[in-house]
Design a binder for this molecule. Structure first.
Ligand SMILES: Cc1cc2nc3c(=O)[nH]c(=O)nc-3n(C[C@H](O)[C@H](O)[C@H](O)COP(=O)(O)OP(=O)(O)OC[C@H]3O[C@@H](n4cnc5c(N)ncnc54)[C@H](O)[C@@H]3O)c2cc1C
Ligand code: FES
Length: 405
């Protein structure tokens, strides 16, 4: 199966302030051919891969929320009016993300829009304290700019089901949840419940839009806002109370790692089916090699003649085909393909290094590898030989992976 791993220019149509530290970027297709007018009035993707320009203006605030006066929350965007929408540059599924190439690096951001209810495609970015890209996007991108993104990817999506959908999100974890909630409400008759945790009322993202959705789908959407400033951190008691008797729901979780661990643990202890728990991890850089997970699908069985995995004898090679050039390297025990590439000074693509974003994927054309963690590729992609190179360890004597140009 061909997988589009290239970068595509998209235009920032407008930027919406969701909270003091969160912005929604509405993305549209760039004009087919640059006219003298657009060339003069917009910065291009190539100017955006350079360090921040002193000419770059702070993002203008373009929203005017009908909810701002009546809501306890900070200003926020209303639901999109699809009749005014700029056409989406991509088809995508609710819950997927785009990977941006800015400032010479790669970061993934989930769609907060729904393909079924929003004509426009939107991603929502929260400032990470000390973070390179999120702060740069807030401070330097403006309407009219071109940025480069991959095609939508990700498996944190709705499945065919009539079970209730229960979502737990913390901070910017609301982004893919918002997309899923809008799609589930619009395309199914499922009940939807959301526990959204935030530091305080000012940090709540999409408060008014969720309020409006609850009004639009009476009796089907229940949103509880948990504010740490008022109630302390979310506890297992709180999770159990929110869960009630809904053990058979599909559970979607996205937020800070300790929050997600608490929710998952509590759901499992309460008898939820692990197959009905879906988790999107935003975190980057697992510094310790993670133990292979039970549910981590094996890329390929080791060939019969390959040495046992824990054998001291790990002779063999890893061949990396990058930009059409073959690099054959000695294989080292316990090393991922990305680590092997680095050892050889090769600049293969990566971003999260945690198995979440698929920025690092390559296709296996010889041998097999096992992924320590795979939260980004679906079963078909794995069956087609795609591997997350930041997670894939060779399990055959010779492994060849090809990075798409
Ligand atoms: C699939 C996926 C979807 C995502 N969706 C969203 C989304 O919808 N919205 C969203 O806001 N985010 C999302 N993210 C997270 C996003 O990709 C970025 O990880 C996030 O914005 C932080 O990037 P950054 O460049 O600003 O921070 P980084 O520069 O990567 O820094 C991250 C943290 O590391 C610290 N740090 C950086 N360098 C150093 C150093 N040298 N020493 C010590 N500490 C350091 C920083 O202080 C910061 O706390 C998603 C991630 C994934 C994988
Ligand atoms: S770099 Fe994100 S999955 Fe490998």
């Amino acid at each position: 199966m061909a997988r589009d791993r290239g970068f595509h220019p998209v235009r920032i149509i407008r930027i919406v302030r969701e909270s003091a530290d969160t912005r929604t970027f509405v993305l549209g297709t760039p004009p087919a051919a640059p006219s003298p007018l657009t060339a003069a009035s917009s910065r291009t993707a190539s100017s955006l891969v350079a360090p921040p320009s002193p000419l770059a203006a702070p993002s203008p605030r373009t929203d005017s929320s009908p909810f701002a006066d009546s809501s306890p929350f900070a200003d926020s965007s209303p639901l999109a009016d699809s009749s005014l929408a700029a056409p989406s540059p991509f088809t995508y599924r609710a819950g997927q993300y785009l990977t941006f190439r800015v400032c010479g690096t790669l970061r993934s951001y989930s769609m907060s829009s729904s393909p079924e209810t929003d004509g426009e495609l939107m991603v929502t970015v929260k400032r990470t304290p000390g973070g390179h890209v999120s702060n740069w996007m807030h401070d330097h991108l403006a309407a009219g700019d071109l940025v480069e993104v991959t095609a939508p990817a990700g498996v944190f999506c709705l499945r065919e089901s009539s079970a209730p959908l229960i979502a737990f999100c913390g901070g910017s974890g609301i982004t893919p949840i918002m997309s899923l909630v809008k799609s589930a409400l619009a395309t199914t008759s499922r009940r939807v419940r959301v526990l959204a945790a935030n530091r305080d009322a000012e940090s709540v993202i999409f408060g008014p839009a969720l309020q409006e959705l609850a009004g639009r789908y009476p009796g089907r959407l229940d949103v509880r806002h948990h504010l740490d400033a008022r109630e302390g951190l979310v506890t297992d008691d709180r999770v159990r109370a929110f869960l009630g008797g809904d053990r058979d729901a599909d559970f979607y979780i996205c937020g800070p790692a300790p929050f997600m661990d608490l929710i998952e643990r509590t759901l499992l202890a309460a008898g939820a089916d692990p197959g009905q728990i879906f988790i999107e991890r935003f975190e980057t850089g697992a510094s310790e090699p993670a133990a292979p997970r039970q549910d981590s699908p094996e890329q390929d069985s080791p060939p019969k003649d390959s040495p046992p995995k824990d054998s001291a004898q790990q002779a063999g090679t890893v061949t990396i085909v990058l930009a059409g050039k073959r690099h054959t390297l000695p294989r080292r025990d316990g090393e991922t393909v990305l680590e092997c590439a680095r050892r050889a000074g090769l600049s293969t693509p990566f971003s999260c290094e945690a198995g979440n974003c698929a920025t690092c994927i390559a296709q296996i054309t010889e041998g097999g590898a096992v992924m320590r963690v795979n939260d980004a590729l679906d079963d078909d992609e794995v069956a087609d030989g795609w591997v997350l190179t930041c997670q894939g360890e060779p399990v055959s004597q010779h492994l060849t992976v090809v990075f798409e140009d």
